[in-house]
Design a binder for this molecule. Structure first.
Ligand code: DLL
Length: 432
């Protein structure tokens, strides 16, 4: 099946915008009526529901932030009584107070419907076996994908994250056709399969990867696709929006964001809208969520939006590859560096393995960045001189792209930590 719901997925842009406008008006009216948080926030900005008539009026509304969710922990931003909440998800809270997201019956239905459209766009359907290796439980990845897979009538294998050799054996024994996990975890599964003498490309039925929850470069995609013999699709979502929601289609050129349920903006450092296609921070307004509606929520992710009909026939706007979070950016001697830029350089170098780590420290007054890079086994067997040349070559290529010096340290394959979820690429010792 090509579309889950062709009528809505191919609705002309103008009609989608009219629908968004109607839903936005209702959202703001409801927020005033049912949410003490928004009533106060809009009230202190001098806004009443009558001020929001068109999509252009959205600009009048104040932004909301993750800090708002934290300040009102646990449920101060909810718009429905607890009796209507059928599920909670909670962030890990490793960087502060956790954030709690609640869902009504309808919220869960909208979430799984969005995923049903997205998974269909990745050419999955009845007969597929989808191994969900995102974490189940308070993280949204596992359960989110789970309901989407069941909705399209495919078979779900709810293994969750971890037990890597079991991932490989079940993939083989149960005929998994799609893996849903973080890209870094799939690379690790590939390594473990190799150590088990299982060649995923020729000995399993795997043909699709639904990979996201962390930034990954186009170069990593190329490696994953080539090594495993699959099509790797990017999937985006955040717990505040519901969880995993949107994926690429067969064109693999941008993530279709379902505009009947989510209204997206990209803003610059000053909070002003940027031109279509220009990079900035993603801001999300949820048009259908009942329990925890978000209005102009600063997502903190750096990306761009393109709204034009895709070659697949879908008309909804596309989120282009997410470069990382505003707070992932490392500032080295005043120069901004994103881990995804480093990944992109490294993954183009054939001698470089699949894993790396960035360590930032301060020596005296100066920031020093060291990139620890795993090298492939064949590169490691080279002479010392060749390895030193490789180190220099990597440092040179990094300097050309980042405009800042990085010390490169080559390490043996298997040395750096592996993760079954989001990988931690940066260790910033300046913060300790
Ligand atoms: O990571 C939801 C999810 C689960 C998405 C499974 C995709 C697959 P959070 O834990 O709230 O939710 O983290 C959301 O992860 O703001 C981005 O910074 C990052 N992120 C998610 N998907 C991508 C992606 C889930 N495709 C945060 N590319 C977001 C880059 C991503 N970053």
């Amino acid at each position: 099946m090509e579309f889950w719901n062709p009528n809505i997925e191919r609705l002309p842009e103008e009609e989608l915008k009219q629908l968004q406008e109607r839903k936005l008006r209702r959202l703001v009216e409801n927020a005033f009526e049912y949410s003490s948080f928004y009533k106060e926030r809009f009230g202190s900005a001098g806004i009443s529901p009558h001020d929001i008539r068109s999509l252009e009026d959205l600009q009048k509304l104040p932004f909301t932030y993750k800090t708002d969710l934290r300040d009102t922990y646990p449920t101060g931003m909810f718009s429905v009584p607890q009796s209507q909440i059928v599920r909670f998800h909670v962030s890990s809270g490793t960087t502060g107070v956790p954030t709690v997201v609640g869902y009504t019956v309808n919220d869960i239905d909208v979430w799984s419907t969005c995923l049903a459209r997205s998974l269909t766009a990745c050419r999955l359907g009845r007969g597929d076996v989808v191994q969900v290796a995102y974490g189940y439980g308070l993280f949204t990845g596992g359960l989110g994908l789970h309901y989407g897979v069941e909705k399209i009538g495919a078979t779900v294998l709810p293994i969750g994250a971890g037990s890597t050799s079991r991932q490989v054996s079940l993939m083989k024994d149960l005929g998994t056709t799609a893996m849903a996990c973080t890209p870094s975890y799939l690379l690790h599964i590939g390594e473990v399969a190799e150590s088990m003498k299982v060649d995923i490309a020729s000995q399993t039925k795997l043909r699709v990867g639904i990979l996201g929850a962390e930034p990954w470069s186009l170069e990593s995609r190329k490696r994953i696709e080539q090594n495993l013999g699959i099509r790797a699709y990017d999937i985006y979502g955040t717990s505040e929006m519901s969880g995993p929601l949107f994926t690429e289609c067969s064109a693999q050129n941008g993530i279709h964001a379902w505009a009947d349920h989510f209204l997206l903006e990209i803003i610059d450092d000053h909070g002003r809208p940027v031109k279509q296609g220009k990079k900035g921070e993603l801001v999300v307004t949820t048009l259908s969520k009942e329990a925890l509606p978000l209005i102009r929520y600063r997502m903190g992710d750096i990306t761009s939006l393109v709204w034009e009909e895709c070659e697949c026939g879908r008309t909804h706007p596309k989120i282009m590859r997410v470069q990382g979070r505003v707070d992932d950016m490392i500032v080295i001697r005043g120069i901004n560096v994103f881990p995804s830029q480093i990944e992109s350089v490294l993954m183009q170098i054939p001698e470089v393995g699949d894993h790396f780590q960035i360590v930032v420290d301060r020596v005296g007054p100066l920031d020093v960045m060291t990139v620890k890079v795993e090298v492939t086994e064949s590169a490691l067997s080279d002479r010392i001189g060749a390895l030193m040349q490789l180190e220099e070559r990597i440092a040179k290529q990094l300097r050309e792209v980042l405009m800042v010096n990085a010390k490169v340290e080559l390490v043996e394959r298997g040395t750096l930590p592996r993760s079954s979820g989001k990988s931690q690429k940066v260790i910033d010792l300046r913060e300790v």
